[in-house]
Design a protein around this ligand. Sequence first.
Ligand SMILES: *Cc1c(COP(=O)(O)O)cnc(C)c1O
Length: 409
Amino acid sequence: MSEFLPSAEDMLSGPDAHGFFGPYGGTFVPETVVPALRELEEAFETAKADTGFAAELGVLLRDYTGRPTPLYRADRLARAAGLGAVFLKREDLNHTGAHKINNTLGQCLLAKRMGKGRVIAETGAGQHGVATATAAALMGLECAVFMGVEDIRRQSLNVYRMRLLGSEVVPVDEGSGTLADAVTAALRHWVERVNDTFYAIGSAIGPHPYPAIVREFQSVIGTETIAQLAEKGERADAVVACVGGGSNAIGMFHPFLRDVPASERPLLLGAEAAGLGLDSGKHGASIAKGEPGVTHGFYSYLLQDEAGNPVEAYSISAGLDYPGVGPEHAYLHDEGLVRYEAVTDAEALAAFEQLCVTEGIIPAIESAHALALLPRLAEELGPSGRVVVNVSGRGDKDIDIVREAGLGA
Ligand SMILES: *Cc1c(COP(=O)(O)O)cnc(C)c1O
């Protein structure tokens, strides 16, 4: 093979030297940010090669976050869904209630190593903000979280949590006052304060090297799952995760793509938010309905209008209403290495209720989108089908929303 053509394996472990996964990803940022991204990339590569860094993070993941999270065999759910076995990867049992802490502990540790005394983050519903505020408090870092004014209004409890944890919440009064505006504001602020400030991004998005960094810190999910299946003497036909920006999904999928030969690899299935329906114009399904474009420093599938302007995403779950998707998912989709399907609000609510009453587990509505693919998989795989679902978070934060939707009435 020509030395200029990366092998398929290299692409699986990509991105390439310029931060591209196939045509997606890259570094579409103002010149002024480029040196900061280079510095970050170097620090990340050094940390990755340093067993001391891995050991320090490993202790935090074990003793602070509570890893490994269990791989729980949910038999009543499997029976109700018409499948042979369902295994739930319990990311909801992490400290702070979701997978986001895996990433913020890693990034804040990296910030400390780089000598930055201050971290900033963007947040939509407040979940990444709380996870960043948590890691910053733990490590004695100053922390400011950018949040749209509309989200501040809707998510007052998480705003209060961040303040309790010692962080500043910076209101963003631009655009629609939601997540995409908060990312833009955080990136802009980072340019001005890059000397002492580390930007801890919340999903597998943003300019290179962020998608690779977030994937690295979230890959503990898939690595543990593979080991836990082996310990149980089990195999899976399919592995499902929900896709907002794509961090919990890439954390689950990447180790399967990297470490499991294609002939033995389960079907990898991502669940996007179809909101009120794919034809309603109110959804977050960037892969099903988006077109390639640039946003927030990277090139990927993006929800946009006919003129190519980004449009707002909608989902009942705040964590899935990002109008883009991480560049690696765009690549995995095009290559047919991962299949993506869209799940409506109504389907997610039904799956949410089903997990509550069959297993006594209240999932995040984001995670319920992944659970909603179980009936479809039962049809495809038959009654002996064996499926792993990543339960990315717990549902305490969503209680008001599901009550309003009429569940449990
Ligand atoms: C934020 C969030 C998501 C969506 O983000 P990804 O980066 O796609 O993982 C999913 N589930 C939960 C519980 C979240 O908090």
